[in-house]
Design a protein around this ligand. Structure first.
Ligand SMILES: NC(=O)c1ccc[n+]([C@@H]2O[C@H](COP(=O)([O-])OP(=O)(O)OC[C@H]3O[C@@H](n4cnc5c(N)ncnc54)[C@H](O)[C@@H]3O)[C@@H](O)[C@H]2O)c1
Length: 503
């Protein structure tokens, strides 16, 4: 049944896009929100959703979906389609909680803002990172005046790990396998800036006003990308860093960092005029010799329910604020204007990067005269075509193996590099960590035949189309994974055994 937060009034919701959409089921149940309908045109995704939410009526057809009886919808469809899909939902008379980001071009943003104003329905952006335990605590401290005024902050949203561009959210390789994911395959990280900038906006209550960014010309090895801004004008997808500097409305500066890299980073550093948080310690006292406190914020009862619902509690809170606004009228943090601010900060950062760092304004779409300037602004960065990473006349019996080969190849290369680089740094590694390297070397030894098979699959595709984007990515990945060394079993096993004997 969930919590009874609204005096027995229950909200009926539909979910449009059941991949990420399925992450909200637990939170909805905990909040007493009824998920009665779902829509996804992918059979596999619909079937998985049905297993965990059998009470919802599911359909592949969006028009059939909107005929069902619910008053609010979570729009969790393809990232670049959110503006169009949200406007459709609003026209159908539904309140909308839209997944990030809100829109892809300033012109779409203007149209979306005006649709929301016209319909008078609730619109919220589902930006969840401000609602983790620590970020909510920092917001509370800021409200109490403990930080004084924001002077400088830096938040990261950097992913290491396997290339997400050839798989769905749950790790399943994309279908057809000779393509990249619908939007993760081409999206530049500047467009996805809400998880890092969003918390700073909510903690401080400030809006971003101006942004500058330098272009990133170095990409992760073994990912599909164009030749780069200087050669073909194509910006990298999720395989590169996307840092920007943002001037906030009180004159403070924020470094906003997103990226795809070789390791995760979710750093948070927040400096006020009276106190600071450095990601671990709270520094109070208003000057350098004040106490440095190791903090452990506590949730209240509702916070506990949020945490149990998963994903750090963020999905629960954004769903709660959304339902509360529909039912009681109390405003949620992410209205359409805040959603525009955070979304435009990414679009304008990328524009700045492509103009050698020229500062760009982050227009305030609350003002109609400002919107008028951007009404026809359809700017989008040039990007790769995720459907065309191999030539048109490709032999699909070879290239369709690309996505599932990538799924195997990525962890194989991680293991190879961990073992071979681990051997090189073994002497300097602390005693308690030496075992990690020994285990990696043993694992490489055990899995060698399997890894060699994966390398052969990758080599077959790469040799067939070495000059294609897909082929180049595989060649880079094989180089990163020391193909020559790995394929020479006798020499490699001798090297690994020599290490294990002396370790
Ligand atoms: N806030 C977060 O922590 C977080 C995490 C992951 C994803 N997201 C966001 O959620 C959104 C969805 O992410 P995802 O990973 O599930 O992406 P995805 O692109 O893999 O999934 C979108 C789903 O929507 C379906 N779909 C798209 N258009 C449709 C239509 N017109 N009719 C029916 N079905 C349609 C697709 O079949 C697909 O299953 C993205 O915009 C992403 O930015 C947010």
């Amino acid at each position: 049944m969930g919590l009874d937060l609204f005096g027995g009034r229950r909200l009926k919701m539909g979910i449009w896009g059941l991949g990420r959409g399925s992450a909200f089921i637990n939170s909805a149940r905990a909040l007493g929100i009824d998920i009665v309908a779902g829509c996804d045109f992918d059979d596999h995704v619909r079937n998985k959703f049905h297993e965990i939410c059998p009470e919802a009526v599911l359909t592949a057809d969006e028009d059939e979906f909107f005929k069902m009886d619910f008053e609010a919808v979570l729009v969790s469809t393809y990232c670049p389609n959110h503006a169009a899909d949200t406007m459709k939902a609003l026209r159908m008379g539904k309140h909308v909680l839209s997944e990030v980001t809100a829109f892809f071009t300033p012109a779409q943003g203007v149209a979306l803002v005006e649709e929301v104003e016209k319909r008078g329905l609730v619109y919220n952006l589902a930006e969840n990172y401000p609602f983790t335990k620590i970020n909510m605590y920092l917001a509370r401290l800021y409200k109490q005046g403990i930080f004084g005024e924001l002077a400088y902050a830096e938040f990261d949203y950097v992913h290491g790990g396997v290339n997400p561009c050839a798989s769905y959210l749950d790790g399943t390789p994309v279908v057809p396998g000779n393509q990249l994911h619908h939007w993760r395959g081409w999206l530049n990280y500047h467009y996805y800036c809400t998880h890092s900038l969003g918390p700073i906006m909510i903690i401080s209550g400030l809006r971003p006003e101006k942004v500058t960014a330098f272009p990133e010309d170095v990409f992760c090895k073994g990912t599909v990308h164009g030749k780069g801004r200087k050669v073909d004008g194509i910006v990298p997808n999720l395989c590169a860093f996307a840092p920007s500097l943002i001037q906030m409305s009180n004159g403070s500066v924020v470094r906003n960092l997103m990226g795809g890299s070789v390791s995760d980073s979710h750093q948070k550093r927040f400096f006020g005029t009276k106190a600071a948080y450095d990601g671990k310690y709270l520094h109070i006292g208003g000057a350098e010799r004040g106490p440095r406190l190791d903090i452990e914020p506590q949730w209240d009862e509702m916070g506990e329910a949020a945490e149990k619902a998963g994903h750090g509690g963020g999905d629960f809170w954004e769903l709660y604020y959304f339902a509360r606004q529909i039912i009681t009228g109390e405003k949620a943090p992410w209205d359409i204007y805040a959603a525009s601010d955070v979304t435009l900060a990414g679009i304008q950062a990328l524009r700045s990067a492509l103009n050698d760092g020229e500062p760009m304004e982050i227009p305030d779409f609350r003002r109609k005269e400002v919107r008028d300037k951007y009404r026809n602004d359809d700017w989008m960065a040039k990007h790769i075509d995720p459907k065309k990473i191999f030539p048109d006349d490709q032999d699909t019996s070879i290239t369709n193996d690309f996505a599932s080969c990538c799924k195997e190849l990525s962890p194989a290369v991680v293991l190879v590099r961990s073992a071979l680089d681990g051997i090189k740094v073994y002497d300097a590694v602390k005693k308690e960590n030496k075992i990690i390297i020994i285990e990696k070397v043993k694992e490489l030894r055990t899995k060698l035949a399997e890894i060699q098979n994966t390398y052969k699959r990758a080599r077959k595709i790469a040799d067939a189309y070495p000059l294609s984007q897909g082929g180049e990515a595989l060649l880079e990945k094989l180089e990163l994974g020391e193909e020559t060394k790995i394929m020479d079993s006798a020499a490699l096993l001798k090297e690994l055994d020599d290490f294990l004997i002396h370790a």
